[in-house]
Design a protein around this ligand. Structure first.
Ligand SMILES: [Zn+2]
Length: 165
């Protein structure tokens, strides 16, 4: 059931303070309400959380550095690595989901069981199921590692942990 009488709510991840957005729409300025809302959030963030704001500025500089370096092709190994490290740092901040080894093991186990139930006709050996789980886990781990790139630049990992995502 819809509850239109309740205003949308935005909560600060650092202190838990809640904000309700301005409800007024300005005719002819479709973005005005959203801009006013973001301004309220911005004022709170910069005034109440200067340390986090400073970290955000550092990450803005990282993104700016990446965009700058993307204007060049180079054979310089160090420059290429720097560009990739900047990309990786931003990537780690924007990942929507992470999969732990334990989670992958569990999901591959369930998948192997499901496949086993689908194809089992009494002739297969139980070891086949174990082998499927191993193959699935290897494949999913490779995909996870390619997408998440965990621990690729340990020296950059320390600074990105300071930011709440
Ligand atoms: Zn706050």
């Amino acid at each position: 059931m819809n509850t239109p009488e309740l205003a949308d709510l935005t909560t600060c991840k650092h202190c838990g303070q809640s904000f309700t957005g301005p409800r007024i729409e300005v005719i002819g300025q479709p973005q005005a309400r959203l801009q006013a809302y973001i301004q309220i959030l911005s004022k709170h963030f910069y005034e109440k959380h200067p340390r986090e704001a400073q970290m955000m500025d550092i990450h803005t500089a990282i993104y700016s550095g990446l965009l700058f370096l993307m204007n060049f092709k180079t054979t310089d190994k160090e420059l290429n690595e720097k560009r990739d490290q900047l990309r990786w740092t931003i990537h780690q901040q924007t990942l929507k989901a992470r999969f732990s080894d334990e989670s992958l093991k569990e999901q591959c186990g369930v998948l192997a069981e499901t496949l086993w139930d689908l194809v089992y006709d009494g002739t297969q050996h139980e070891d086949t199921k174990v082998e499927w789980k191993r193959i699935l886990l290897e494949a999913f781990t490779a995909i996870r590692d390619a997408l998440e790139e965990p621990g690729k630049y340990p020296e950059a990992q320390t600074e990105q942990k300071l930011v709440v995502v």
